[in-house]
Ligand binder design. Structure first.
Ligand SMILES: Nc1ncnc2c1ncn2[C@@H]1O[C@H](COP(=O)(O)OP(=O)(O)O)[C@@H](O)[C@H]1O
Ligand SMILES: [Mg+2]
Length: 277
């Protein structure tokens, strides 16, 4: 176990206060949300935490494709009583599993309210009894599921690349979530950079806009280098790489799991997101 891994491991155990919910969102698609979700999950799992990834990007659901694991059933089957937890939880490696969300979390809103309450409480029990971290890979852009999950989470991570269109869309997403849901703290990661200086520059531009036009506060978690070799690995359904792992550990260290306590009430916030305030 590396020092980095140990640090994160200890951090969670000492300050253990229940499950933490991390949402990974972006304005633009293709910026690396799925890659980051899987790698944050893996690094936390390798550090001794029990982790569940929920692939909530139902339109472009591809956590399973990146991992080369195909679930037979998903969260939508569970919502309609056609699957149990055992049917939908796919084990990736020790301490790391994922669930595919099927048609998405908003699907719940179509069901009768008491049934939704029951299903959400069962999901809550599953998460609280078994996992230190639940990580949501969300749909890009301004989607109901993204707004609900991001505004309910303890750690809303916004991912962008240095491309101006991705940066503009990241800022737009922050602005809308801040305005619609009152979320004030966001965490920015910049992917596909040449070096961290490029990441800091992107962060500064988003921070200045957010300070001027919104009530959002943005913290910088760091950057991930563009690595040509990753594409081959993704094709081979083995989306891990030692350089990438180092970048992700740096990001996790900055998330400072101990300082930012879980807000609690994640599932209650999901319910109010589904049913309106
Ligand atoms: N740091 C990186 N270096 C090189 N290629 C990357 C990197 N991050 C992502 N990619 C490429 O971008 C593609 C999209 O990533 P993905 O995680 O699927 O994005 P999203 O989930 O945001 O749509 C990947 O298939 C991969 O080819
Ligand atoms: Mg994706």
């Amino acid at each position: 176990m590396s020092l980095n891994q140990q640090a994160i491991h200890l951090r969670h155990r000492e300050g253990s206060e229940g499950t933490r919910y991390v949402a990974i969102a972006s304005g633009k698609g293709g910026v690396g949300k799925t890659l980051l979700s899987i790698n944050i999950g893996r690094c936390l799992a390798d550090s001794g935490n029990s982790v569940l990834i929920i692939d909530a990007d139902f339109g472009l659901s591809n956590v399973h494709l990146m991992l080369g694991l195909t679930p037979q059933k998903n969260l939508t089957h569970f919502f309609y009583g056609d699957a149990t937890f055992d049917d939908i939880i796919v084990k990736v490696r020790d301490n790391l599993s994922f669930i595919s969300s099927g048609n998405g979390i908003s699907e719940l809103a179509k069901l009768p309210r008491d049934q939704v309450l029951n299903l959400v409480r069962r999901l809550q029990e599953l998460a609280e009894d078994n996992y230190d971290y639940v990580i949501f890979d969300t749909p890009p852009g301004i989607h109901d599921d993204t707004l609900t999950v991001v505004s309910s989470s303890d750690f809303p991570i916004i991912l962008t690349t240095p491309e101006p269109t991705a940066v503009a869309d990241a800022y737009a997403l922050i602005k809308i979530i801040n305005r619609e849901s009152g979320v004030e703290d966001f965490y920015l990661v910049v992917n596909k950079v040449e070096g961290d200086r490029e990441g800091i520059k992107v962060y500064e531009s988003v921070r200045i806009l957010a300070e001027k036009y919104t009530r959002a506060r943005i913290s910088y978690l760091g950057s991930i280098r563009y690595r040509k070799t990753l594409i081959r690995k993704i094709i081979d359904q083995d989306p891990f790489d030692s350089g990438l792992t180092d970048d992700v550990y740096n990001i996790l260290t900055k998330m400072d799991m101990d300082l930012i306590k879980p807000k609690r009430g994640f599932w209650n916030r999901i319910l109010s997101g589904l049913f309106g305030k």
